[in-house]
Design a protein around this ligand. Structure first.
Ligand SMILES: *Cc1c(COP(=O)(O)O)cnc(C)c1O
Length: 361
């Protein structure tokens, strides 16, 4: 059985080159006689793995020296609590609700302080990004929170909100390393890596140093303090060592590909193939307002649930996996992360054209 085209939203497709390298090193990592999985996280070999990973990520994203890079656990969802526990000094934060992940973060923050929903696109099933140029930002807000790319609904902030000087915190799980970013515009950028970077179990947090303090909310567990992880270079306890090793390989792969400018170009080309077809098709339609379309997650529908189900079933039989839309949206969704080759998108569109012709009288 060969490899399929995997359109899963996450865990998702990884570069084949990376998987092959990992396979080659599985039993004996660079003459150590053991797998990275079996290695002490305090060993020389592992120190080099995690330090090289950080160095390459810094290079790829052009991360300034006054930001820390933390490799943590608990997925993106643990950050929903960790952010308010560490950042809510005034116990006030403003949230922009552009989908389920933003909403979950907002609900979690309410446990710790006053979380305000200052904008939302819930009125149209999160199919657009609200105008964030002049929002009622709270005077005493500790931060403004966004989910930059909405994995489930397929929208992306093309311009960041005007936070009126407040710290911006962004969940970038599903657009991490898909294009260049200006890190200096954010206080915190974080994401679970299983969408675009590596195996589930690692969350990367890029945080400005002045936001890392001893002054966390009372009762904050040691393991949920940014400071403990920053002071210990992500090695306070045993990190998700093997996952970080794979992330490191993906960073190297991205550098070989030409970095984030090149990725952006490639991702734009790939997405255009699919969006252009959705715009011309009489059967399939995209569900998102055009100017807010994500390059990573592309939801679409036929408008007929039975036809959607037939499409997903036949696509699977033809080697296109995980095209079923999120249970809250229905229809289909193609996630076309960095590691999805252009040929995969071209093959999908060819299949959609064939399906449309066969099912149109
Ligand atoms: C998948 C996802 C999450 C949840 O990630 P976990 O690692 O499962 O907690 C949060 N935010 C976004 C944008 C996601 O795509």
């Amino acid at each position: 059985m060969g490899r399929v085209y995997n359109f899963s939203a996450g865990p998702a497709v990884l570069p084949e080159e990376v998987l092959k390298e990992a396979a080659e090193e599985m039993l004996d990592y660079k003459g150590t006689g053991m797998s990275v999985m079996e290695m002490s996280h305090r060993s020389k070999a592992y120190e080099e793995i995690i330090q090289t990973a950080e160095k390459n990520l810094r290079e790829l994203m052009n991360i300034p020296d006054n930001y820390k890079v933390l490799f943590l656990q608990g997925g993106a969802s643990q950050q929903f609590a960790m952010i308010p526990m560490n950042l809510m000094k005034n116990k006030v934060a403003d949230y922009i609700i552009t989908g389920q992940w933003a909403k979950k973060a907002y609900q979690e923050a309410q446990i710790y302080g006053k979380a305000n929903a200052i904008a939302s696109s819930a009125d149209k099933t999160f199919s657009y990004i609200p105008d964030c140029s002049d929002l009622p930002i709270s005077d005493d807000a500790d931060y403004v929170y966004i989910c930059e790319n909405n994995t489930i609904y397929g929208t992306k902030f093309k311009t960041l909100p005007n936070t009126k000087g407040k710290t911006l915190v962004a969940d970038v799980s599903s657009c991490f390393l898909s294009e260049p970013v200006d890190v200096t515009k954010y206080g915190v950028i974080y994401g679970g890596v299983q969408k675009n970077i590596g195996p589930a179990g690692v969350v990367i947090v890029i945080i400005r140093e002045d936001l890392i303090t001893e002054d966390t909310l009372p009762g904050t567990p040691t393991m949920l303090k940014y400071k403990i992880h920053a002071d210990n270079a992500s090695l306070y306890n045993t990190p998700p060592a093997y996952g970080i090793y794979i992330c490191g390989k993906v960073f190297q792969w991205l550098k070989r590909k030409g970095g984030l400018e090149a990725m952006k170009k490639y991702n734009e080309e790939k997405a255009k193939i699919l969006y252009d077809f959705l715009d011309e098709s009489k059967m399939f339609q995209g569900t998102v307002r055009k100017e807010d379309r994500s390059l990573m997650n592309v939801p679409f529908v036929t408008g007929n649930e039975e036809l959607d189900a037939k499409f997903v079933k036949e696509a699977k039989a033809a080697g296109f996996e995980n095209l079923k839309g999120h249970r809250t949206v229905g229809g289909m969704r193609a996630s076309i992360y960095n590691a999805m080759p252009k040929e995969g998108v071209e093959a999908l569109v060819a299949f959609m054209k064939k399906f449309e012709a066969e099912n149109t009288k």
